[in-house]
Design a protein around this ligand. Sequence first.
Ligand SMILES: Cc1cc2nc3c(=O)[nH]c(=O)nc-3n(C[C@H](O)[C@H](O)[C@H](O)COP(=O)(O)OP(=O)(O)OC[C@H]3O[C@@H](n4cnc5c(N)ncnc54)[C@H](O)[C@@H]3O)c2cc1C
Length: 313
Amino acid sequence: MKPWDVLVVGAGVAGLTVARQLTEQGAQVLVLDKSHRPGGRLATKNVGGLSLDSGCTHIRAADPEVRRLLTGWLGATFVEAPEGEAAEWAFPHSARDIAEQWAYGLKVQRTHVTHLVTGDAGHIGVVRHGFGEPIWGRSVVITAPVPQAQAMIAYSDLVLDYALDEVHYAKKQVLLAALEGDSLDPDSHWSTDIIESVRLRPHHDGSLGIEAFASDSWSEATWDDDATISHGRLLLELGLLVGSARVLDSQVMRWRYAQTASPRSEPYWRHPDLPGLWLAGDGFGYPTDADSSIERAVRSGMAVASDLGSSPG
Ligand SMILES: Cc1cc2nc3c(=O)[nH]c(=O)nc-3n(C[C@H](O)[C@H](O)[C@H](O)COP(=O)(O)OP(=O)(O)OC[C@H]3O[C@@H](n4cnc5c(N)ncnc54)[C@H](O)[C@@H]3O)c2cc1C
């Protein structure tokens, strides 16, 4: 079977950026993701009948190239922040809708990638869970988070360099809650010992979606606690913060961030013995000066598309 020009593993913003740029340049690109919808950590969940963004809700970007790309694709309107901070775009719709728009026109297949195999002429086969036959590509770009990418490489019997072996993890707890109340200020931004930050999303029916990010100290303090007690403590704090609010529904999510521990000089990693294999995404320490991790992910995707487009593996 004819190989794809490029197979992209992961339909997060990094993978979607690579795929969309290369597709627009005329390449035959297939995106593979284990999830049933694109976006990765750009995601929306249904809590108590409300759509709440469980990851990113806005993009802060200093890089004019990133802003130009997102304005063209998504109609993003970046607002310059005062005091020299990076321009910011707050999503006008749910993150799920933004992700769908990002994936517009791309071929995306739902499948869990386990590992890779090598074939003739430097082609790389992507092996999917439950499928015997790999899908073949001239190049493969893995944009799964670093630990998953590491596992795929390891199961493929490929050797990792030191920087990729060294992964730094950080745990975060996120409380998603649907609230009802009459004295809530959607522009407020609170901070306490336990809840690091709170984001509000008002709904037209008067109810309010809320994301509360628990601080690292809370994560450490409650590491051994029963999840229900931890959840209860978070809700209690929320009640103190937002006095008149009634919690309609809520759920705690645990996110684990991981990125390469050693600073890297490129925004992606390319396998030394298999030049068609690229790894990218927000976990690749560079550029550490990016104003947000989503900007880092997009820039990583842009760099792969640009370099792969000019020198296919
Ligand atoms: C709670 C939370 C809040 C955040 N808030 C912000 C914020 O305010 N501002 C900001 O800039 N950033 C924020 N971020 C970070 C931002 O969401 C990420 O930096 C960005 O989405 C990462 O994009 P990515 O494409 O690199 O990775 P991901 O979005 O993780 O995409 C990787 C994709 O790979 C897929 N995948 C993994 N393994 C496999 C496999 N074996 N086979 C097939 N597919 C696979 C996954 O399903 C996923 O879709 C937040 C993240 C979280 C979790």
